[in-house]
Design a protein around this ligand. Structure first.
Ligand code: NAP
Length: 274
């Protein structure tokens, strides 16, 4: 007897069909895309088919990284500490790429120390880069994307924005603020098909964290809190960004995805486990 009932199993033709690159033909702006996490993110999205624009303050270093990327990348030097820079940068990205389908707000700086020592200058300098710039960029991007039928914004946040940690009051406040902005922007722009999500990073080895992770006691102590038993990598983060950038996550918005090996959802066990 022949059956015409369809199966969830793909036909052999479908199995053999080439899988399209998830961001084929898309245009992407990655801030801080020339080094650290941003470099791996820009490479992953470019390999996934996108044409990327990468930003940072060092044009020569950006150009050197761009040579490693496929799909005719664009280099846009800008200092996000300048209040006018975010919107001007976004306009330059649209001019260079023709459009921006995906924005990855990755550029960021750290500040760790006792709260009593904080100055107004410290606060203003950090919030300018970690909160003001991504917020203004996301707002500009959302308006642009809405006019084109939709798009995706991915904000790089931190576990310290959620859980707190001694010495992280300023940095944590900036990332917690970015989490809140992510949810508010998702609510505002969802009706225009602009998705806004975050990737919440724990401790990953880059220039920013190398000194900390080179301390074996600190590193081993941190790894012992991670259920998956290892440090995350820049590739772990880039894969999560790709997912939130691409159509695979088309029904996901306003979410902050913890990419931390399970740390954020795990309390210390009351008894040792084998
Ligand atoms: N690594 C971690 O463990 C970790 C953990 C949680 C969250 N994060 C977040 O992940 C993101 C990337 O961090 P990372 O570890 O890759 O840091 P990184 O290696 O220090 O890189 C920081 C990036 O931000 C750019 N940037 C910094 N200040 C800028 C400014 N004023 N104007 C323009 N660009 C600026 C840098 O470019 P130039 O210096 O060339 O301008 C660089 O590309 C940050 O938002 C960070 O808060 C990292």
């Amino acid at each position: 007897m022949t059956t015409t009932v369809s199966s969830t199993r793909p036909s052999s033709d479908a199995v053999q069909a080439p899988v399209p690159a998830p961001l084929q033909g898309a245009t992407v702006l990655v801030t801080g895309g020339g080094r650290g996490l941003g470099a791996t993110i820009s490479r992953r999205l470019a390999v996934a088919g996108a044409r990327v624009a990468i930003t940072g303050r060092n044009e020569g270093a950006l150009a050197a990284w761009a040579e490693q990327l496929p799909n005719d990348p664009v280099v846009l030097a800008a200092d996000m500490a300048d209040p006018e820079a975010p919107r001007a940068l976004f306009d330059r990205a649209v001019e260079a790429l023709g459009s921006v389908d995906v924005l990855v707000n990755n550029a960021g700086i750290g500040h760790f120390g006792a709260s009593a020592a904080l100055t107004a200058q410290d606060v203003d300098a950090l919030l300018a880069v970690n909160l003001r710039a991504p917020l203004l960029l996301a707002a500009a991007a959302a308006a642009h994307m809405a006019g084109r039928g939709g798009g995706s914004v991915v904000n790089i946040t931190s576990g310290l924005g959620e859980t707190g940690g001694a010495g992280s009051v300023l940095y944590g406040a900036s990332k917690g603020g970015l989490d809140a902005a992510t949810r508010a922007l998702a609510a505002e722009w969802g009706p225009r098909q602009v998705r806004v999500n975050g990737v919440r990073v724990s401790l990953i080895r880059t220039d920013a964290s190398a000194a900390l992770l080179d301390d074996e006691a600190v590193r081993e102590g941190f790894v012992s809190t991670i259920p998956l038993g290892r440090l995350g990598t820049v590739d772990d983060i880039a894969e999560a960004v790709l997912f939130l950038a691409a159509p695979a996550s088309a029904f996901i918005t306003g979410q902050i995805l913890n990419v931390d090996g399970g740390t954020s959802t795990t309390a210390p066990a009351p008894v040792a486990q084998d």
